[in-house]
Write a protein that binds this ligand. Structure first.
Ligand SMILES: Cc1cc2nc3c(=O)[nH]c(=O)nc-3n(C[C@H](O)[C@H](O)[C@H](O)COP(=O)(O)OP(=O)(O)OC[C@H]3O[C@@H](n4cnc5c(N)ncnc54)[C@H](O)[C@@H]3O)c2cc1C
Ligand code: FES
Length: 259
């Protein structure tokens, strides 16, 4: 299974987002499609450049942002050693890609669905919107810190009702939380999908449980193998039992995981 899903592909483009005034540590990395005929938005892939040495033996996990017949795109924030090296790749460099991995988000066709994205958590929703047969049922609420130029938000907002709310300082947080909760209440009979930093997910999970709203959250954990073999990504499920995020997730029903 691991070998079947593991391919070498060439980089097609590395594009830095952001503006002259506000240089960016956000990168769109596009590689050749390794032969994927389908994937489920919310799934992820492990990436490792072929030329990396022993100092970086493991790939890094990234949500699959979009897929077409020729290419696969990831939206990456530079935070450390691996992401710095991925951002320095050039067209024709070779990348080892394992995927698609994990389970992905539910995608009911006619259910009002709220997509809650925090920062980099916007990545999987690009493909979710592009692949959804009834985008008129989707509402994207995006909470972000750097300006919208750093994100693929505008392209995404063409197809769905979309709102963005910027956190300029921690004083903005109560308003942002209130807006998230109000939007979730609007979707109390529908579905809420969330991806973003852990405090953002905790807010979504707590409100979903309090109001019995059907919600799914995508967890980020440090991963090494990505396929359930190393126990590097363990968290606890709703009953307190240890589960691997890569194999059982990364998407969990809000009641089924402790974060
Ligand atoms: C399922 C999944 C999907 C993800 N999708 C995206 C995405 O679409 N875009 C994106 O930019 N990032 C995504 N991440 C996070 C990304 O994997 C990490 O930022 C990346 O592995 C950091 O690698 P590094 O070598 O640059 O950092 P390191 O040098 O290893 O560490 C730098 C910092 O990042 C933290 N870190 C390391 N690995 C992770 C991790 N897996 N999750 C969270 N923090 C980590 C470390 O604790 C440290 O603080 C995702 C993670 C998971 C598990
Ligand atoms: S990353 Fe190895 S078990 Fe999940």
């Amino acid at each position: 299974m691991v070998e079947r899903n593991c391919r070498e592909v060439k980089v097609r483009e590395v594009r830095f987002l952001g503006t002259w005034d506000e240089p960016s540590d956000f990168v769109e990395l596009t590689v050749e499609n390794p032969g994927w005929e389908s994937y489920k938005p919310g799934q992820f892939a492990m990436l490792r450049a072929k030329h990396w040495g022993l100092e970086l033996p493991w790939g890094r996990p990234f949500s699959i942002s979009r897929v077409d017949a020729e290419s696969v795109t990831f939206f990456i924030q530079v935070v450390g050693r691996g992401t710095t090296r991925l951002a320095r790749l050039r067209p024709e460099d070779v990348v080892i890609i394992w995927g698609p991995l994990g389970n992905g988000f539910s995608a009911p066709t006619k259910t009002p669905t709220l997509l809650l994205a925090g920062g980099m958590g916007i990545a999987p929703f690009r493909g979710y919107i592009e692949n959804h047969p009834s985008p008129e049922f989707l509402h994207l609420l995006f909470a972000h810190r750097p300006s919208l130029d750093h994100y693929p938000f505008l392209a995404m907002s063409e197809k769905v009702r979309a709102e963005a709310i910027q956190e300029r300082s921690s004083d903005d947080l109560p308003d942002i939380i209130a807006r998230i909760e109000a939007s979730m209440d609007e979707h109390a009979d529908g579905l809420v999908l969330a991806c973003g930093p852990t405090p953002f997910l905790r807010t979504v999970q707590a409100h979903a449980l309090k109001k019995s709203i059907r919600a799914e959250i995508s967890l980020e954990k440090t991963m090494a193998c990505g396929v359930g073999a190393c126990l590097g990504c363990v968290c606890k499920d709703g009953q307190g039992k240890h589960v691997q995020v890569c194999a059982r997730g990364p998407v969990f029903a809000a009641a089924d995981v402790q974060i």
